[in-house]
Structure formats: C-alpha cells, structure tokens
Design a protein around this ligand. Structure first.
Ligand code: HEM
Length: 267
C-alpha cells in the first residue's frame, strides 16, 4: 500500500517533542514551562522574520496591498506574544530559583532571532554581536542582517517611487539623522492630513507603527514579569536585570511615525 502522510510525520511532532531537555535533575516541574514558552517564542520569531523578509520584497515590487496583509499577520502574532508572557506568572519565584542557576550564563540576550527582528526594524546595534562569540552561525546571520536593508529602507524607497519626497533613513548615530527625521516628518504630514490621502501607503504606515507599538508592549510586559519573578537580581546574562530592561522601553523602530502625530493640525 502506498505510504500515506500522517499529521505527526508532516509536522515532525516526534522530533519536536524530543527538543525539551530540562537541565535540572531530577527535572523541576516548572522547567518544562520555561523551556516550552521560550521555544514557542522562537517559533513565532521565525515566522515574523519570514513575513518581514516577504514584506520587503512586496515593497520592492510596489505591492502595498500584500505588504499590509503580511504586517497585519505580524501584528496578530505579536498580540499572542504579548499575552502569552503572562503564563509565566503561574510560576512562583521560588520555583524559578530552583533551576535558575543551571541556566547561567544563557540569557534572552542571546536570542539571535529577536536581534534579527530588531535589526530589520532599524534597531541595528553592532555591539550585540559580542553576545554571539560562541555561536558563529548566529553571528554570521546577524552580520548579514546588519548589512541588509531594513523595513524602513524599503518603505521609504517605495514611497519615493510613488512621488513622495522621502529617502531611506541614515544611521541613527550619524549627523544626518536629525535632518532626515525633520524632512521625513514634514512629508509624512501630507499622508496623515491631506486629502486624498494615499490609502495604500497610509495603511502600511499604520501597520508599521502597530508593529512598533506591540514590540514596546512586549518589552513592558516582559520587564514586569521579570520584576515579578526575580525582583532586582542581576540577569543570567549579566545585565543589571530589570533596570536594563526598563532602559529598552524607550526604543522606537519608527520614531518619525510617532513624531508625525505631534505635527499634524486639524483644519
Ligand atoms: C522567568 C522568565 C524570564 C526571566 C526571569 C527573564 C529575565 C531576563 C533578563 C534579566 C534579561 C536581561 C538580560 C540578562 O541579563 O539576562 C532578559 C532579556 C531578554 N529576555 Fe527574558 N526573561 C524571562 C522570560 C523570557 C521569555 C519567555 C522570553 C521570550 C523569548 C524572553 C526573551 C528575552 C529577550 C529577547 C531579552 C533581550 C531583551 C533586550 O536586550 O532588549 N525572556 N530576560
């Protein structure tokens, strides 16, 4: 009889279920939650990266409709990512302490897919590569992401082809950054107030700010869960812990899209 594909085979369920390997011995009950929640995040991160890469290609082809639909998917995934962090609230702090030391010096700092997402969103920081000296494959992938275009690069190139006076952003540390921001915000004002607004561009811009907002929401909820579980202890990755995470709350992937709100007038 011809081999029939099964659910378990197609999804490699047996392999997937072999990938949860607690370090505690005997295994601490809550370590399974800790592993599965992180692995679930990494799977969703993989899909977000897949969508971001496709969005860049859509924008290159001036396919604004598909770009918006894919960003909508990212937004919905992010909603899940923000809400699922709360499952960790069911883990009493003392249960985490029971196996926490076994994780050192591993840390969320070393989530290379999280950094890839940040880089694609324009939050490029070469210094984070220092966390990947023992993971050369991840480091090489991040090097590639540092070199490649961001979502904002493709967004502004596509807008320029549509007749807007915009250009891809320069490096944030460069002296051109502030003037780029000024020029871009004044051009974006047209999109946000003038009629007829360019609906396709407007919708993508609103999805991009939503992605940015959801990333900030994730940072906030993660920071609070960390405070709830480890208080003011230093992180397993060696950072100050909650203090460091608070500092990241101000990051903005698209500062110009936030700024435009302060510049528009109702007439
Ligand atoms: C008990 C639960 C958790 C604790 C206590 C915790 C703690 C921390 C701490 C203290 C940091 C700062 C870096 C360090 O010094 O290690 C950090 C960073 C990070 N964690 Fe968590 N975390 C938890 C759950 C998670 C989960 C479920 C994820 C999902 C992927 C995650 C992803 C990250 C990421 C991506 C960073 C880097 C953030 C940045 O640099 O902006 N963490 N975590």
């Amino acid at each position: 009889m011809e081999h029939q594909l099964s659910y378990n085979e197609y999804l490699a369920v047996a392999e997937l279920l072999r990938l949860q390997r607690p370090k505690s011995n005997p295994p601490h009950h809550d370590e399974m939650l800790f592993i599965i929640i992180h692995q679930t995040y990494e799977l969703w991160f993989k899909l977000i990266l897949h969508e971001f890469d496709a969005v860049k290609e859509d924008l290159c082809r001036d396919d604004w409709f598909t770009a918006e639909r894919r960003l909508w998917r990212v937004v919905e995934i992010q909603r899940v990512l923000v809400s699922q962090i709360h499952i960790l609230e069911t883990m009493p702090p003392v249960n985490f302490l029971a196996f926490r030391d076994l994780l050192k010096p591993a840390s969320g700092f070393q989530s290379s897919q999280f950094r890839e997402m940040e880089f694609l969103l324009g939050l490029k920081d070469r210094r984070v590569l220092g966390c990947f000296n023992d993971d050369l494959q991840a480091k090489a992938q991040l090097e590639r992401r540092l070199e490649e275009s961001t979502l904002a690069d493709e967004f502004y190139k596509a807008m320029a082809r549509r007749g807007f006076q915009v250009a891809p952003p320069p490096q944030r540390s460069s002296f051109e950054w502030q003037s780029w921001l000024e020029r871009t915000v004044s051009e974006l004002v047209k999109l946000y107030v003038e009629e007829p607004a360019d609906d396709a561009v407007y919708r993508v811009a609103e999805r991009l700010i939503e992605v940015d907002e959801n990333l900030s929401l994730w940072r906030y909820h993660h920071m609070k869960i960390v405070e709830r579980i480890i208080g003011s202890r230093i992180g397993t990755g060696g950072s100050e812990g909650v203090g460091y995470l608070k500092h990241t709350l101000g990051y903005k992937a698209f500062p110009e899209l936030w700024e435009v709100r302060s510049r528009i007038e109702f007439s």
